[in-house]
Every structure is written in C-alpha cells, then in structure tokens.
Ligand binder design. Structure first.
Ligand SMILES: Cc1cc2nc3c(=O)[nH]c(=O)nc-3n(C[C@H](O)[C@H](O)[C@H](O)COP(=O)(O)OP(=O)(O)OC[C@H]3O[C@@H](n4cnc5c(N)ncnc54)[C@H](O)[C@@H]3O)c2cc1C
Length: 583
C-alpha cells in the first residue's frame, strides 16, 4: 500500500475538521504538512446543512445575558450530565469564534445599525444564536473552505473513505483510506491525528441526517480498542418534516412558529408553560409523541400514513419567512408542495444528533481508557464526546462546539508535531497492521455470502426506529439487542455485488453499514444499563432522573468476543448545581 507521510492528518472536512486544519495552518505559520481526508467532497460534509445558527454571548450584559447564564442553560439543558469545566470553555470561547467567522466571510444577519442579530433557541434563556438566515452551516463551511484553499501546506483528499485507524502502544500512527475514484488504498501516516467524522444518527431510518452520517470515525476508534462515551443519548428533534424527516429548523419556533394538535391547541402549554415551543428538544419531542399517543395527532393521505402535529408559521407572514427562513419555505414547497405562509407543516420527532461519541478529555484528546489519554489523537465535533452537551444538546451549541474544539485540536496537533518526540517512523508491527487493512478490504470486496447489505440496513433502521426511540423500556431494548446481535451475525455472511474498483459505492455502503451496526449495539447496551430517565434517554420503566446512581458517564469498550463492555466515570460539576429541570 502506498504510504503518505504528513505532520498532521485530519479525518473529516466538516466544520470541526476544517476549523482544525485552518488553526493548524495558522499556528504552524503555514509550515505543518496537513492532510484532510473526506469521504465526500469537502463542501458536501453534513455541516453544510446546519440551518438555525451558532450560540455565543456576543453582547454580555444586554438583556441580562452572560457567559454564566449560557453555561447554566447548557448544563440544565443537558440534564446535568455535561462536564461543566467543558461547558465553561464553550461559553467562554463561543463569542470569539462567531467574530472570527465574521472576518472569514460569513454574512451574519444584522440589524439596521450593523449589529449581528441574535435569535431565540430552545432552552436558551435569552436570544443568543447568531445566524445567516437559515443557511448558517453552508456559509460557515464555505468560508472555511475558501480560506483553507489559500494554504499550500494543506492538501484535501476528497472522496477518500477511511477504513482503519492504526494505533501502537496508545499512540496514533496512521489512517488507511480507500480512494473512491481509483479504488486504491493509501495509508496516511502522521505525527498527529484528528478525527472529525460527525455524528451517527443515520443508524435510524427516520432521521434528519444524510446517508453519509454513519459514524465511521467512532466505529474506527471503537474497533481499534478505544472507548466511546454516553452513546445511549441520541437527540430526537421535534420537527422533522413528514414523511421524509428532513429538518424544519428550530429557528422556525425561534422566530415564533407554534406547535398545534388536532384540536387546534398550542399543546406545549401542558408540558412547559414558561418556554412553550422553545423548551429543550427532548421535552418538546416527548410532548409531541404524548399528544399523538393520546389521540390528538393528525394524519393526511398527502403525507403518507404517519401521525404528526402541525408547525404553524402562517402568522409570521411572507416577508419574515423570506428574510429569516427561506430554506424552510424551499424545503416545504419542494418536498410536500406546501407553502408555510399559507398552510401549517406536518412534523414529527426525528433522530437528529448524537450526544455520545469517542471518549475525549476536556481538550478533545482521545482517551485510551477510563484514566489515560492516547498520544497524538484528538476527536472533535459531533464524533467526539467531551462531554459538553450532556444528556441533551441545546440547539445552536453544536456549531460552537465544533469550531472551539477544532481550533484547540489544531493548536495541540501543531505543538506535538513540532516536538522532538513525535515521529512518523513505523515499526514492523505497525506496517503489518496497515497492510492488514488492505487485506480486510479485499476480502470484503471478494465476499460472496448470502446477505444483501441493504436488507441489513433496512432491518437496522426498523429496529432503531421502533425499539430505541425517544421513549424506551427494558422489553423493547432487549428485543433490539437480540435483533442487532442477529444483524451482526448476518453481516459476517454479507456479499458485495459490485466487484469493480472505481467508485464502488456498493463497497462503501457495505463498510458503512457494518459501522452502523457496531454503533447501534453500543447505543442499546448503554440504554439497557442506564436505569433512569435523563435528557434524551427516557425510560418508561424508570421515568425519573436518579442523580445518586446515574449522574455518571457511560464508557463503552469492544470486548475480544465482539460484545460491549461498560464502565462509568463521574461527571464534573463546577458551577451549576443539579436541580429539577422545569421550563
Ligand atoms: C439538518 C441539520 C441541521 C443542523 N443545524 C444546526 C444548527 O443550526 N446549529 C447547530 O449548532 N447545530 C446544528 N446541527 C448539528 C451540526 O450541524 C452538526 O453537529 C455539525 O455540523 C457536525 O459537524 P462535524 O464537523 O462534526 O461533522 P460533519 O459536518 O458531519 O462532517 C463529517 C466529515 O467526516 C467525513 N467522514 C465521515 N466518515 C468518513 C470516512 N470513513 N472517511 C473519510 N471521511 C469521513 C465526512 O466526509 C465529512 O467531511 C444540525 C444538524 C443537522 C443534521
């Protein structure tokens, strides 16, 4: 296999990965040799679809806002599972990142005096979300991409699918990747590695996530023996457009849209009378499901057979929708032929964001075990679990997290690459490990088993949608565990139909499906064990939060047998005492 030698290799070109690359280029004065690998063209990374905005206290003191209040909202929103030292970092650095992106070229919405406008978001006490209409992710990602192109020391490998993470004695060594265009494998050997491969909510069928959000980085880490954290916490966004699940941004409710049941009631009054539609997502999603279960949902043959509630934007008027929410209008018209200025939209809770991911320390450094960190490996953005979002992320906090920890990892990787100790020399054992990745891929390509990968994916989606949803119980979770174990066995008998090398998307899909089954097993194992309800993890058989027994992070390792081993570590509480979560 061809071996390419770099100082820093960054896996993923979303907001987190590209922010890390920009920082590494700046911190090394354009000297560090940086490779960015992405299975998609960089600009198709899923960050591009972020709509509503990025959080940060831009005007402290105005309307009583402060970093402390942003921190409190985040800790409470996460149902007190977030590590508060990390939350403190988030709220401290978010404003400077928003200003940086202003300089990089993001056209933030401004008022008549030129001030960046902030909009309300769920669970935030005060409007503190900066936005570029409802295309924030697109503008932030393209600003980064444009700026990265100015650096000769950064090379972006578009459409390279990473297949292996190679570690030796707890230190990062290499990433192996398949060049989709030629079908050849390459090893990217570097002194430092940064993983920024995004979330894995595609393990669900009804999801806002693209087909590419398969959690590959988390699966690579898990299969390399590294721990994952808090995987049972999957966020369901309240307003997925029915029937596709495409996101209708929370910014709609931030701008004043209502949620309405079949009786015409603004039902959030029953569940969160102070925050109404702008309660945190876990609470709003469960409220919608409860309305539907109690017979106050709607159906409409135009939108298939799903139950839904209405998201009503009509009172906002054409002008405001055009200025603040143009993409909502575009999506609704294109997908279901409904103009939100004239008719309410059919929406239902949809899998959206994964709070769990690769276990890292406060600096985004990947942990080797419960106590010790790896050498030279970071995980940033949605694939890493710092954990800042705890059991439930507040909308608009993810973009801040991506860029803050991307920057931190970029800086740290440069420091390591410059240090005398870091080397790209490979031991015999590492070379063998790298080569074994190619053998593994060839074996998969040659496989002629009985199982169609797409049938397994459909079965995975069914299990996760039906049995591991916003509400869970022991029975359904145990059934999910049995069915996933079966899928894992069947995956061993998979066949790849397309035997060609060039742009073999059948091979890519098969690899991704294997990753998703692995991660789904970890989600379910964590969910079975956690006998309480906290944030996005709502157990009908354990409806209360239990701080005494469960205010702790779940850590998951892959056992030699292939099973999941769980352990737990404490949550760091600094400033904000756990309290009952009322809105
Ligand atoms: C529809 C939608 C709207 C959202 N809106 C907001 C919002 O308004 N505000 C907010 O804060 N959050 C929002 N979020 C969440 C937020 O957008 C994401 O958490 C964030 O963008 C993730 O960025 P990332 O850099 O971690 O990963 P991504 O942007 O998903 O990038 C992952 C990268 O990894 C690469 N990759 C993955 N696997 C491999 C592999 N095997 N080999 C090579 N490369 C690989 C991909 O090609 C890609 O470049 C939204 C999410 C969705 C789904």
């Amino acid at each position: 296999m061809e071996v390419l030698d770099y100082d820093i290799v960054i896996l993923g070109s979303g907001l987190a990965g590209m922010r890390a690359a920009l920082q590494a280029a700046i911190a090394s004065n354009g000297k560090a040799r940086i490779a960015v690998i992405s299975k998609l063209h960089a600009m198709r990374s899923h960050s591009v679809s972020a709509e509503g905005g990025i959080s940060g206290v831009l005007y402290p003191g105005e309307h009583g806002d402060s970093e402390d209040l942003h921190g409190y909202d985040t800790a409470k929103g996460g149902d007190f599972l977030g590590d508060q030292d990390a939350v403190e970092l988030l709220v401290k650095h978010a404003p400077e990142e928003i200003k940086l992106f202003d300089h990089l070229g993001v056209p933030w919405n401004r008022d008549n005096n030129g001030k960046i406008v902030l909009r309300p978001f769920g669970g935030m006490s005060i409007p503190r979300t900066a936005f570029a209409s409802d295309k924030t992710g697109f503008f932030m990602l393209s600003a980064l991409y444009d700026n990265l192109l100015e650096f000769d020391n950064i090379k972006i490998f578009h459409e390279y699918l990473a297949t292996g993470l190679v570690m030796e004695k707890g230190a990062f060594r290499a990433i192996t990747a398949l060049d989709m265009a030629s079908g050849t494998m390459r090893a990217f050997v570097a002194k430092a590695g940064i993983i920024g491969t995004g979330g894995f909510a595609r393990i669900y069928g009804f999801t806002t996530n693209a087909y590419s959000c398969t959690g590959d980085g988390a699966a690579l880490a898990y299969n390399a023996g590294l721990p994952l954290k808090n995987m049972e916490f999957v966020q369901f966004h309240p307003t997925g457009l029915v029937p596709s699940g495409i996101l209708i941004t929370e910014a709609s409710r931030g701008e004043g849209a209502y949620l309405i049941n079949s009786k015409g009631e603004r039902f959030m009054e029953r569940y969160a009378k102070n925050k109404m539609e702008l309660a945190p997502r876990d609470i709003v999603s469960r409220s919608i499901i409860t309305e539907i279960e109690e017979g106050r949902g709607l159906t409409d043959p135009r939108f298939g057979d799903m139950n839904f509630v209405h998201l009503d934007l009509r009172h906002l008027g054409e002008e405001k929708i055009a200025e603040r929410l143009p993409m909502v209008k575009e999506i609704a018209l294109k997908m279901i032929g409904v103009d939100p200025a004239k008719e309410p939209l059919p929406v239902a809770p949809v899998a959206h964001f994964t709070m769990g991911g690769i276990h890292t320390d406060i600096n985004g450094k990947v942990m080797l075990n419960d106590k010790k960190s790896t050498t030279g490996l970071w995980a940033v953005g949605e694939c890493g679990c710092v954990s800042v979002h705890g059991a439930n992320r507040l909308g608009s906090n993810s973009l801040s997290q991506c860029v803050i920890w991307g920057k931190m990892a970029g800086n740290a990787a440069v420091q390591l690459a410059k240090s005398g100790g870091a080397t790209t020399e490979l031991s015999h054992k590492t070379k063998k490990l790298i080569d074994s990745q190619e053998d593994k891929l060839n074996k998969l390509l040659d496989s002629n088993g009985s199982e169609n990968p797409y049938d397994l994916r459909k079965a995975l989606w069914r299990v996760m949608d039906v049995k591991v949803g916003a509400f869970r119980n022991l029975n359904s979770l145990k059934q999910a565990r049995t069915e996933l174990a079966k899928l894992k066995r069947l995956y061993g008998k998979i066949y790849v139909d397309d035997k060609s090398r060039v742009y073999n998307t059948n091979l890519r899909d098969t690899i991704e499906i294997g990753n998703m089954i692995d991660l789904a097993c970890v989600v379910v194992a964590g969910a079975i064990n956690r006998k309480e309800s906290r944030g996005a993890h709502a157990r009908r058989d354990y409806p209360k939060r239990d701080d005494k027994r469960w205010m702790k992070h779940t850590i998951a390792y892959k056992m030699a047998s292939g099973g999941v081993k769980l352990s737990y570590i404490p949550v760091k509480i600094t400033k904000w005492k756990p309290e009952e979560r009322k809105y």
